[in-house]
Design a protein around this ligand. Structure first.
Ligand code: 8YV
Length: 337
């Protein structure tokens, strides 16, 4: 942990490690407290009472550190003004609690949209055509003894997108290019969207053979994709999740996969990352990725730069580029007199 001493720089708390690019940029301007390095968390937080910024991200990139920014943590930091998140999803931060305390939360949208949509599509193709399994077949020398089995197909399929936001729309564009029909479910129809809208998730699942999850995580969407939704998706159904693990009832999913209620699943996210249920690991036909939706160097660098831009803008009183909707940024009133 940094020790405040005589250092007069603005203080910033990092509950968990962030990529080097971000750390270096922030350190040039701020006194950084690395909470994850402290052996006594409480003592470290007591020393950090002057912190005005938190920089964080989910999932934590390099270590198995769970570091939610909740009301209890905010209350320990009475001078906190800004929470800057690495990532478009900010379910690791209690944004309502921040709003109630006048704290601004920022995220890093847009720069990761196309990358994450690419990953979603890669996961989908991999799942439907069983590409990971086919590759393992070659590596194990099994091709010498016979052909790999025939797979399912993307031809003639309908994709139901749960969440036609920025990333959902980018996935929809890819689906169109692949000749896959698109329908979607949101809380309300998206103005101008050229796809059929379902106001019920179950009805959309029934009309789809691919369920693509692209909605934000958090309390409102927890276990939204449950046993009934999976059953409605049906025996040829494919579930793809590049959003948040907690949106799916993982136990119901395991049961649906084990009993053939759905065909397969491609998962980039899990309820309790980085722990993946053994039952999923044991199923060869399921494709599992370690939350790499946005994880290319170029995209992570762009996300990192945007986090830094958000923090620097706050620090200089400039327009903050990406406040989240719960905590809209307003220019402070001009000082008069
Ligand atoms: C990152 C993500 O893995 O943006 C998100 O919401 O889940 C991913 O892009 C994560 O944010 C990095 O901390």
């Amino acid at each position: 942990m940094a020790s405040p001493g005589a250092d007069s720089r603005t203080q910033l708390l990092m509950p968990a490690p962030l990529p080097a690019l971000i750390q270096e940029a922030l350190e040039r301007r701020f006194l950084v407290h690395r909470l994850y390095e402290a052996s006594d968390r409480e003592a470290a937080l007591a020393q950090a009472a002057d912190v005005r910024v938190i920089a964080t991200g989910v999932p934590i990139l390099t270590q198995d550190v769970q570091a939610p920014v909740n009301a209890a943590l905010m209350d320990l930091l009475p001078k906190l003004e800004l929470i800057a998140n690495l990532g478009v999803g900010y379910d690791n931060i209690d944004a309502q609690a921040a709003a109630a305390r006048g704290i601004i939360v920022t995220n890093t949208p847009d720069v990761l949209t196309e990358e994450t949509a690419d990953t979603a599509f890669g996961l989908l193709l991999n799942c439907v055509r069983q590409l990971s399994r086919a590759e393992r077949f070659v590596r194990a020398g099994r091709w010498l003894h016979g052909q790999f089995e025939l797979s399912a197909s993307l031809r003639g399929r309908t994709m139901g997108i749960l969440g036609l936001g920025r990333i959902g729309s980018a996935i929809a564009r890819r689906a169109e290019a692949f000749g896959v029909q698109v329908v979607y479910h949101n809380r309300k129809p998206v103005e101008g969207a050229p796809y059929r809208y379902f106001d019920s998730l179950i009805d959309m699942a029934r009309a789809s053979d691919i369920l693509m999850i692209a909605i934000p995580g958090g309390a409102q969407t927890q276990k939204l994709v449950n046993a009934q939704v999976l059953e409605a998706l049906g025996r040829q159904g494919v579930l793809i999740n590049i959003a948040r693990g907690a949106i799916v009832d993982e136990e119901a999913l395991i049961e649906a996969l084990q009993t053939g209620k759905i065909l397969t699943a491609g998962l980039d996210v899990f309820a309790n990352e980085p722990r993946v249920p053994q039952a999923l690991i044991d199923m060869e036909h399921v494709v599992l990725l370690p939350h790499v939706g946005s994880a290319s160097q170029v995209t992570r660098d762009a996300m990192g730069m945007l986090l830094v831009e958000n923090v620097f803008a706050w620090h200089t009183g400039a327009n903050i580029p990406c406040p989240v909707p719960e905590t809209p940024w307003r220019r402070p009133p001009e000082q008069t007199g």
